[in-house]
Design a protein around this ligand. Structure first.
Ligand SMILES: Nc1ncnc2c1ncn2[C@@H]1O[C@H](COP(=O)(O)OP(=O)(O)O)[C@@H](O)[C@H]1O
Ligand SMILES: [Mg+2]
Length: 499
């Protein structure tokens, strides 16, 4: 684990742990206070009182009914009514039985059926029924009085509910108060530990991934720095690190390109030196050779026809070969004396059309350009020369196949400025393995080729700050593509590699 990952872990753990710890400390105080308020002994007492009130109410209601019963049993009115007979008794008892919470009043006679006067019915599911039986002393003909009464069940139910829902849980809580604070503290510390652990774990995972990507980037940089120019890193993801990786790859690619460019130009410059010396060495003896054979040819006045024929043949061959050597010298010196690029803003479409017109004799030559001008800073003369070489190669390649010959020059502007110029043909194409090699000087596949055409093209293109590639044409055949940079990016006066 490296330093960055450790820092990240520490930071994440601190960021998670600190607020939680503060929250714990604050809520601990709050919890104590809430608990203090909720489990206040005053509340407990008040609740106990409420239960007591019910008990008191029931007792006092029973006492009151009992007093009514006793009052009735001892009343003079009851004795008088008993003396007057049953109808009088019934008339006396009816209003009493109709009193609230009273069920019935029953008198037991010395003989015969009891006299029961009942109030409105009191079903047992709504009423708690009770009764009181009193002996009668001064009531003629009757021995006992039974007084039945009831209490609304609803009142009891409510008290029972209150006891179960409030009073008992409250008492349990109050008894458990110390434990409660502990449970609270433990659960908080537990969740704190889990949160910190989780944060640490996340930090480890994130940190690992982050630092792995960073180290990959660092490795890529080290590899490029140690000369491995093709080293690249995988730009995984969509964040700034991926942007950085892409930026790095871009930079490495440019470094590689510019290195290849410098290498190529250095190499070409060396070949130019050789070409110049070669041209010089070959060119000088050519005229004396030609003169010598002409002299020998003209000087012979003998009459040996066989010798005359030999002389004629030798004269012809040497003249032909000297002409070939002169053409070669011409090619060499043209390659050796490539001038420095001196660019001016030009419409590429116009340059391309000029080249097509100048090579109108080539079979199937045509131009495809966009309607608007495509501006680039180019040396018109050198670009024409480069395109003429490509057109010549295309024409020569077209002769190698039976297809209808076509040479297409097209200009495709680039979105960010600059443009591609493509030269497509209908020939056999360039095999992928040769697509780099064909640009090297003296590489040729033709019996009379010099291998200098593409070397000249590439040198001119690189001097413009552009690039050239060989590929397949969309319709088969070869496609040579020249990319030219935007006007602002082109070198104002390209450094020439001429020696
Ligand atoms: N349009 C093309 N189609 C197929 N091969 C090509 C084409 N242009 C160039 N080449 C190959 O690249 C070689 C080098 O071309 P160049 O440098 O112009 O030299 P030369 O034309 O003298 O051979 C050619 O000999 C040929 O083999
Ligand atoms: Mg050529």
């Amino acid at each position: 684990m490296n330093r960055l990952a450790l820092k990240l872990i520490a930071l994440l753990v601190l960021l998670t742990g600190l607020p939680l710890a503060v929250a714990w400390w604050q809520s601990g105080t709050l919890f104590e206070r809430t608990l203090g308020a909720g489990l206040n002994p005053v509340v407990g007492t008040a609740l106990q009182d409420a239960v007591q009130i019910y008990g008191d109410f029931v007792a006092s209601e029973k006492a009151r009914q009992r007093a009514v019963a006793r009052g009735l049993a001892d009343s003079r009115a009851l004795a008088q009514a008993a003396a007057q007979g049953r109808p009088a008794l019934e008339a006396l008892l009816r209003p009493i039985a109709a009193q609230p919470r009273v069920q019935a009043v029953t008198l037991t006679p010395l003989a015969g059926p009891p006299l029961r006067v009942a109030g409105p019915p009191m079903p047992a599911d709504a009423w708690l029924l009770d009764g009181e039986t009193l002996p009668l002393t001064d009531v003629p003909g009757y021995t006992h009085l039974r007084f039945e009464y009831g209490l609304e069940r609803e009142i009891l139910t409510r008290f029972e509910r209150m006891e179960a829902d409030v009073i008992r849980p409250f008492a349990a809580l109050a008894a458990d108060r110390a434990n409660l604070a502990d449970i609270y503290a433990y659960s908080f510390v537990g969740s704190l530990a889990v949160a910190v652990l989780l944060a640490g774990l996340i930090a480890v995972v994130v940190g690992r991934r982050l630092t792995r990507r960073l180290s990959r980037l660092r490795e890529g940089m080290a590899r490029v720095a140690s000369g491995e120019r093709g080293a690249r890193v995988e730009p995984a993801g969509h964040d700034e690190l991926a942007d950085l990786a892409r930026g790095f790859n871009d930079m490495a690619q440019r470094l590689q390109d510019s290195h290849a460019r410098v290498q190529y130009l250095t190499q070409v410059s060396a070949w130019q030196g050789i070409a110049r010396r070669l041209a010089h060495e070959i060119k000088n003896p050519l005229t004396p050779i030609l003169l010598a054979i002409q002299q020998a040819h003209n000087a012979y006045k003998g009459d040996d026809p066989r010798y005359q024929r030999t002389l004629d043949t030798a004269h012809e061959i040497i003249e032909q070969e000297v002409q070939t050597l002169k053409r070669l010298v011409e090619h060499f010196s043209r390659f050796a004396k490539l001038p420095a690029v001196s660019p001016t803003p030009e419409d590429l479409s116009a340059v391309v059309s000029d080249v097509a017109s100048a090579n109108a004799h080539i079979a199937g030559i045509e131009v495809a350009t966009p309607p608007a001008p495509v501006m680039a800073a180019v040396d018109k003369g050198l670009l024409r020369q480069a395109l003429a070489n490509l057109v010549k190669n295309a024409d020569e390649a077209n002769r190698e196949t039976d297809r209808v010959p076509a040479v297409q020059l097209s200009v495709v502007p680039l979105a960010g400025g600059g443009a591609w110029i493509h030269v497509d043909d209908t020939g056999p194409g360039v095999p992928p393995a040769d697509r780099e090699r064909v640009f090297e000087p003296y590489v040729t596949g033709k019996h009379d080729g010099t291998g200098l055409g593409l070397a000249i093209v590439k040198k001119i293109v690189l001097d413009h700050g552009g690039e050239i590639t060989a590929a397949d044409a969309p319709g088969g055949g070869a496609r040579f593509s020249i990319r030219l940079p935007p006007v602002a990016q082109a070198p104002s006066r390209a450094p020439s590699q001429e020696t």
